[in-house]
Design a protein around this ligand. Structure first.
Ligand SMILES: [Zn+2]
Length: 297
């Protein structure tokens, strides 16, 4: 797969998860995310080889396995330096934390340890914070886009913003469901922030490059507000457990999780919404007869 140019030295390799490739000094390349698993890492290295490039660094948008799965393969063969934002770096180095969180802090059953949730571990060299980094003579601005994960980060290079999973793409928005969110409150702030963010092109992780994401941002925002309205309507019917609220959301969006790993993601995301409603004073909980019940504030 040849490199696709976005602007100047900024390229990408299209895939299920797009990988950014920025060409720096001395035929070095800076990668942004590496897709899923060793297979993806191998394909990226092959494409760089064909272009006469060698990776000097990998910038990670966040710690999910479909974005960091190729890291270990590439680092083992090239010694590339790995950048990752704080909370996500923990998951890169200790992938078990991802599945532990999905199982509410308890030891997760083996069926949750799929590569998508628990890729091979990879050491992190640089903890990314908001600011400017220099690698192979290239200036890269780390832009906090928290919400999808606790420290999810975008990267701005030469007017191109790599948004990772901060914005859902056109295909996901055709039939929106309950996509994973760590923090609804942060995600709403991120989408608002992007409305006025100055850049020339965007590369979403799971869509084609575009110069305009205004319409997508509106649809992303509208979808989150729709879920909030749906939950407030359910909560108005009286105190109920989170499991009943999740069942109502599943009915509404036509979701029928068949595996614990799918249910666990939905369960976590529902609690991101409940946490948002709680901290914004729209919902409250009560404990009765050993049950945690949610209702309108
Ligand atoms: Zn993700």
């Amino acid at each position: 797969m040849p490199l696709q140019r976005l602007a100047g030295p900024v390229h990408y390799l299209p895939g299920v998860t797009n990988a950014g490739v920025i060409i720096g000094e001395g035929n070095q390349a800076i990668l942004i995310d590496t897709g899923s698993g060793d297979r993806s890492g191998r394909a990226i290295l092959r494409a760089l080889d064909e272009a006469g490039l060698r990776p000097s660094a990998i910038m990670s948008t966040h710690g999910h396995g479909d974005h960091t799965g190729g890291h270990a393969w590439i680092v083992e063969r090239t010694g590339a330096r790995v950048y990752a934002p704080g909370l996500d770096a923990v998951v890169l180095e200790q992938p078990a934390w991802g599945t532990i969180c999905l199982f509410m802090g308890a030891e997760p059953p083996p069926e949750l340890a799929v590569p998508r949730y628990a890729p091979r571990p990879c050491r992190v060299d640089v903890l990314v914070e908001e600011g400017v980094y220099r690698e192979a003579g290239v200036t890269i601005q780390a832009v906090p886009l928290h919400g999808h994960t606790g420290s999810h980060t975008g990267y701005l290079v030469e007017g191109v913003l790599f948004t990772g999973d901060a914005v859902e793409g056109r295909r996901e928005m055709e039939a929106p469901k309950l996509s994973y969110l760590h923090s609804v409150t942060c995600q709403l702030a991120t989408l608002e922030y992007l409305r006025t963010f100055p850049c020339e092109r965007y590369l979403l992780a799971h869509d084609e490059p575009t110069a305009e994401i205004g319409g997508l941002l509106e649809r992303n925002l509208a979808h989150i507000h729709n879920v909030i309205e749906l939950l407030l309507g359910e909560l108005a019917a009286g105190p109920q457990p989170a499991a009943d609220l999740l069942a109502a959301v599943c009915r509404h969006y036509g979701l029928a999780p068949r595996h614990l790993r799918d249910y666990a993601l939905l369960h976590s995301t529902l609690h991101s919404y409940l946490g948002h409603l709680l901290t914004t004073g729209q919902a409250r909980y009560e404990l009765a007869d050993g049950k945690l019940l949610w209702t309108v504030a």
